[in-house]
Design a protein around this ligand. Structure first.
Ligand SMILES: NC(=O)c1ccc[n+]([C@@H]2O[C@H](COP(=O)([O-])OP(=O)(O)OC[C@H]3O[C@@H](n4cnc5c(N)ncnc54)[C@H](OP(=O)(O)O)[C@@H]3O)[C@@H](O)[C@H]2O)c1
Length: 257
């Protein structure tokens, strides 16, 4: 599949994607078809991580801009353009100060959601910029949010300080947000994966070996290989020698709504 052809026909994909009944252009269907609807309920949740060949998503200091080249970043912006909401943990919102909007392709900005149980994100963070997109913060109940006017505050019950990913998704669904991108970081994506709350996972591997740095996934330790998660996976070559691995996690997805 040629990346140039993809760029030319991107607006066609976007138009067909939102009209749930239209078939997708054939060159886009393998990657974006599975993102139209979830396997087991009315939500669709896709996680993403951009990582090196040796599985790192940031340096030991937390620097990650940018592991991926233009092709990988363009794919990330396309993902943002087809979802209702993009979700990050407060670690990412703090380390990267991302805008989480759609700039590299045409498309609407999704709602931006930060999981910030202790309300520690700086209210001046770029993610809270008022550009017309909805902005939501997820805090632990009993915690006073520290966000600018216009940011919707969602208070959820915790268990030992932890929020259940399924509760987060249900709260988003109740607010009209049904197609969700869990954009990072490693901790947040790993929590959603472990809780069976992802339909798909897009891992975009860059031709880089870091040899140190933060790992992409952090799951409970296992002793034997047969305990490892073996995934149904579809590789898609991108430009710049990058590779998109589209992982199908629908078999382990729990029902949210
Ligand atoms: N390469 C990539 O694709 C990519 C993408 C995004 C980020 N990054 C990099 O990843 C790093 C940040 O990732 P990270 O793993 O450290 O942090 P993170 O996943 O962004 O945020 C983790 C924090 O979010 C809160 N959180 C998330 N889910 C929660 C839940 N279910 N219950 C309770 N709290 C929850 C917790 O906040 P509290 O600590 O306040 O409890 C947790 O410590 C940065 O270096 C960034 O540059 C890379």
């Amino acid at each position: 599949m040629s990346e140039i052809a993809q760029q030319d026909s991107w607006p066609n994909l976007l138009e067909a994607f939102v009209q749930a009944t239209s078939p997708l252009p054939s060159e886009w269907a393998p990657i974006f078809g599975p993102l139209r609807r979830g396997g087991c309920d009315a939500m669709m949740v896709v996680g993403q991580l951009g990582q090196t060949l040796d599985g790192r998503i940031a340096t030991i200091t937390g620097h990650s801009k940018y592991i991926n080249g233009p092709a990988g970043l363009t794919h990330l912006h396309r993902l943002r353009a087809v979802v209702d909401a993009v979700v990050v943990g407060v670690g990412t919102a703090t380390a990267d100060d991302p805008r989480l909007n759609v700039r590299l392709v045409t498309g609407q900005h999704p709602a931006r959601v930060v999981i910030d149980p202790k309300a520690r994100l700086d209210p001046e963070a770029l993610v809270w910029s008022d550009d017309g997109a909805r902005r939501l913060v997820i805090v632990a109940d009993q915690t006073q949010a520290n966000t600018p006017p216009g940011v919707e505050v969602v208070s959820l019950q915790t268990n030992n300080g932890q929020l259940a990913p399924a509760d987060i998704l249900k709260a988003l669904f109740d607010r009209g947000l049904k197609r969700i991108l869990i954009e990072g970081g490693a901790d947040t994506v790993s929590r959603f994966m472990q809780a069976g709350c992802l339909d798909r996972l897009h891992v975009i591997v860059a031709p880089i070996i870091m040899g140190s740095g933060r790992p992409g996934f952090s799951l409970p330790a296992i002793e034997h290989m047969d305990q490892a998660v073996r995934i149904k996976m579809h590789p898609h070559p991108l430009e710049d020698d990058e590779m998109l691995f589209d992982c199908d996690l629908s078999a382990q997805r729990v029902r949210i709504v």
